[in-house]
Design a protein around this ligand. Structure first.
Ligand code: B16
Ligand code: MG
Length: 213
């Protein structure tokens, strides 16, 4: 039976996918690299360094490790500047209610975000206390689509992967959930989410009773 739900943060709970997107786009423009919607979609859910590597796929010359670190830090500065002013108003509509409904149904909740800014965001959004377990992205060595982060979340909840459901807005995240042996709910319209077991337009449409009855 289902005993826990593991949520992604950016693009599912918080209105930040668009902020990450804008920060990468700004960086790409500054260093003269192409950035279209296809690249934007591929960056979703992917960790900071993995995202940079995708961005640099079309770079005309190679970048040194130091240069890459500086670029990733620059993107993070742009992102941090934007979330500086974040508050509960930046929760996606229905996000708090979705997590609360899972708790009310007697299930456990966890957060599996690749973002190192997740703890800060949880505080700003005022929802840190809604999760029984939050994965520390600093302790994850293999980024989504690897199953590591969702497996760590299940372990943190004391549950078997098969007892958990994952909720994601990114193709890399759906793949991560599936390789972890969990069912996946996709949030959004993207073609890239076609593999999800259930596709919802937004987190407001999430209804836990669909899985518990
Ligand atoms: P940071 P999620 C992911 O968070 C974002 O979707 C992705 O765009 C971002 O690059 C990644 O976190 C790393 O974030 O640079 O803040 O450490 O979707 O897994 O909640
Ligand atoms: Mg996401």
């Amino acid at each position: 039976a289902l005993k826990g739900v593991i949520f992604d943060l950016d693009g599912v709970i918080a209105d930040t996918a668009i902020v990450h997107h804008a920060a990468w786009k700004k960086l790409a423009a500054e260093i003269g690299l192409p950035f279209d919607d296809n690249v934007g979609e591929r960056l979703k859910g992917v960790d900071r360094r993995g995202s940079l590597d995708i961005l640099l796929e079309h770079a005309p010359h190679a970048y040194s490790e130091d240069e890459k670190e500086a670029l990733a830090a620059r993107k993070n500065d742009y992102y941090r500047q934007q979330i500086e002013s974040f508050g509960p108003q930046n929760l996606l509509p229905g996000a708090r209610a979705a997590v609360e409904s899972v708790r009310r149904a007697g299930l456990k909740t966890a957060l599996a975000s690749a973002s190192r800014n997740a703890p800060l965001l949880l505080e700003r959004l005022g929802i840190a206390d809604l999760f029984d377990y939050v994965v520390d992205a600093n302790h994850i060595s293999r980024a989504k689509p690897d199953p590591e982060i969702f497996l760590a979340a299940a372990r943190g909840l004391g549950l078997a992967p098969g007892e958990c459901l994952g909720v994601e807005d990114a193709a890399a995240g759906i793949a991560s959930i599936h390789s972890a042996g969990m069912r996946a709910v996709g949030i959004g319209q993207a073609q890239a989410l076609a593999g999800a077991d259930l596709l919802l337009p937004d987190v407001a449409a999430f209804d836990i009773s669909r899985f518990t009855t």
